[in-house]
Design a protein around this ligand. Structure first.
Ligand code: NCD
Ligand code: ZN
Length: 337
């Protein structure tokens, strides 16, 4: 048996409509807090869109604290941001480089032209969450994260020393090292980047269900992520980047980027820490470190998990005419007792 605090997921995509209802229910089963991403088909760039989305999410939510984000780009108005902060409507700002990932066509082309926004966030103590990939048509996709550290992130940390930054869903040793070396920056790590590598993703048959941004990296990088997460280092915490896409958009000619991991993510993390004999650091990775980084109080009531006997992996969660593809790694499965 394992006793842990109810976990937090500091990076989830809830989407809209039927998918939202299903995904939120799965989140309600597992998490005390979730940080919800703003990359809807029409991104959340202003108060009007945010208020509508908040109402939709909160109406369907039961028992999870929802932390909303705003989609920060050059169209955001400082006066609008000010007003939303005054009314406590969002918790963090999310920045997507242009064309970096799903629904990023309203993303930012040149981060260095966003200084007035960074100054504003810094002054108002609003965290900045980053999709950390440098996008250039000639660059190799495997190099995008490393280049982002070099071209954008180094500049950011140097010029905005009091800005609280989260480098999201990190995938490389370079990012682990960068985060350790710099102040005011922490990183989230997903289940699939901890548990998969280029061999499991495309070494044998290609698995579209594991295709995501940033792309899954080699064993060397996976090892570095694992040691950061398992060590309990306060700069690293869980953010699943659980990103549902209907099966018809994953198993097709142009596969969408995103791994949907919510259903089994806590179980996978528990099994990882258990099999690595690091259960003493579970609460740090799943709850404490993220809350500390974001200055949040958390519920420290303990919940018991046990290993389920005769676990059968449910690969698909069905919808009317389609389904979501669940991600799971281990044969052993943990459930709430
Ligand atoms: C995410 C999505 O589908 O919204 N996709 C992904 O591959 N991770 C967006 C993101 O976080 O990059
Ligand atoms: Zn994401």
């Amino acid at each position: 048996m394992l006793k842990i605090f109810r976990p937090c997921d500091f990076h989830v995509h809830l989407r809209e409509g039927q998918v939202l209802k299903h995904v939120l229910k799965e989140n309600n089963k597992n998490f005390q807090k979730i940080l919800v991403m703003p990359n809807l088909a029409k991104p959340i760039t202003n108060e009007k869109i945010l208020s509508k989305y908040r109402a939709l999410v909160l109406k369907n939510n039961r028992n999870t604290e929802i932390l909303f984000t705003i989609y920060l780009n050059q169209d955001c108005k400082i006066s609008d941001l000010k007003n939303m902060i005054k009314n406590n409507l969002f918790f963090a700002a999310k920045l997507y480089p242009l064309h970096a990932t799903t629904n990023s066509s309203s993303g930012v082309k040149d981060i260095k032209k966003m200084s007035k926004y960074f100054e504003f966030l810094e002054k108002n103590k609003i965290p900045l969450c980053l999709h950390g990939e440098h996008i250039h048509k000639d660059d190799d996709p495997y190099e995008r994260e490393r280049r982002f550290l070099e071209y954008e992130l180094s500049w950011l940390v140097k010029n905005f020393k009091n800005l609280k930054i989260t480098l999201e869903h990190i995938t490389t040793k370079d990012s682990v090292d960068f985060v350790k070396l710099n102040n005011n920056i922490a990183a989230s790590i997903t289940t699939h980047h901890l548990l998969e590598n280029t061999n499991t993703f495309l070494g044998d048959y290609l698995k579209p269900e594991l295709f995501c941004k940033p792309i899954i990296k080699s064993k060397k990088h996976q090892k570095s992520l694992l040691s950061a997460a398992l060590s309990g280092n306060s700069k690293f915490f869980f953010g699943s980047d659980s990103a549902p896409h209907l099966k018809k958009y994953k198993f097709t000619e142009s596969c969408c980027a995103g791994v949907y991991s919510t259903k089994y993510s806590v179980s996978n993390i528990l099994e990882l820490f258990y099999s690595s004999k690091k259960t003493n650091n579970l609460n740090k990775f799943l709850t404490i470190n993220g809350c500390k980084h974001y200055n949040l109080k958390f519920d420290n009531k303990l919940i018991s998990y046990v290993r389920q006997k005769d676990f059968k992996f449910q690969k698909y969660s069905k919808f009317k005419n389609d389904s979501l593809i669940n991600y799971n790694h281990f044969k052993n499965h943990w459930i709430i007792n």
